[in-house]
Write a protein that binds this ligand. Structure first.
Ligand code: F6P
Length: 327
């Protein structure tokens, strides 16, 4: 071993995502395989501050690869945003003999990790765990594929009733400020349009859809709306159509937190397993303040700065595929 890491702490933070447990299992077992002790930190950074820390053996992560959510629980810690909170967190790392951290989460998790690593010179590796897929430097995040499949299953069901009643449905999906879930689920479900924050204003996108698409050749339509202030959300768009086109029978479904639950897909389990092993390899290789990503099926290291700050580009080809196929 090049770098003397005898004990790591592992935590999950921010919104949970399917596959986080598979990641915790992988990190734990890869560490133990390499002779490194593992301390599980409960409730994210909050648990690091309040010392909710338990040593894990291999059997502590048995039978969790298929479970959604996170056995470590998760939280968004306001206290960790303060220097005083981070001081308590560091003191507990020292008390528990934790030399390095593996943090599983999204944007907020890595922002906290970056500051903490700078302040206390702590080696930290991040695994991208979020359904939003909004982290730069990785083709996919842990949980995105499962959430996509959950959305597809729900939209297929809505399609049945939309077409029976000849209705226009606005279906709102999660994604925070990113349209990956919305755009790809719209393609996968043969929807008529996706209204996403990355493209134009909500007004433009809705106008285009009404003018070009709806009711030309179809009796029912489904429009996927990405949650975001930029899109206005499904309710706002539906309200506008109700006013401007009272002839349309409009309904709204907001899929909500159902998108975050459920057993992870095979893809997410494998991704989480690979990334967990890569995180321990990276630590032993003296890597610090990086997120493990995957690009073209190859594991990559992405500095926290880049993963957080760079806007992940949306593939224009996908926008065009949706437009062409929703004739
Ligand atoms: O980042 C994951 C996510 O599910 C977003 O898609 C969504 O905007 C947010 O978390 C919801 O957070 P909460 O669980 O706090 O409502």
């Amino acid at each position: 071993m090049k770098y003397a890491i005898n004990c790591i702490g592992v935590l999950t933070s921010g919104g949970d995502s399917p596959g986080m447990n598979a990641a915790v299992r992988s990190v734990t077992r890869a560490a133990i395989f390499n002779g490194i002790r593992v301390k599980a930190i409960y409730r994210g950074y909050k648990g690091l501050i309040t010392n909710e820390i338990v040593e894990f053996q291999s059997q502590n992560v048995s039978n969790i690869i298929q479970q959604g959510g996170t056995i470590l629980k998760t939280a968004r810690s306001a206290e960790f945003r303060t220097p005083e909170g981070r001081k308590l967190a560091y003191d507990n790392m020292v008390k528990n003999e934790i030399d390095a951290l593996v943090v599983i989460g999204g944007d907020g998790t890595f922002t906290g990790a970056r500051i903490f690593a700078q302040e206390y010179n702590v080696p930290i590796i991040g695994l991208p765990g979020t359904i939003d897929n909004d982290l730069y430097g990785t083709d996919s995040t842990i949980g995105y594929d499962t959430a996509m499949n959950t959305i597809v299953e729900a939209i297929d069901k809505i399609r049945d009733t939309a077409s029976s009643h000849e209705r226009l449905f606005f279906i709102e999906v999660m994604g925070r400020d990113a349209g990956f879930l919305a755009l790809n689920s719209a393609i996968a479900c043969g929807c008529e349009a996706a209204i996403i924050p990355e493209r134009e204003t909500n007004v433009d996108q809705l106008d285009t859809f009404i003018k070009n698409g709806f009711r030309k050749s179809k009796n029912s339509s489904m429009v996927i709306v990405a949650e975001s202030e930029k899109t206005g959300g499904a309710n706002e768009l539906a309200e506008r159509v109700r006013k401007e086109h009272p002839e349309y029978d409009v309904r709204v479904t907001i899929l909500g937190h159902i998108q975050r639950g459920g057993s992870p897909s095979a893809y997410d389990r494998i991704l989480a397993s690979r990334m967990g092993v890569a995180a321990i390899d990276a630590l032993m290789d003296e890597q610090r303040s990086i997120m493990i990503g995957i690009v073209n099926d190859v594991i990559v290291h992405v500095p926290f700065n880049k993963a957080i700050k760079d806007d992940k580009p949306l593939n224009d080809e996908l926008v065009s595929v949706l437009q062409i196929l929703s004739l």
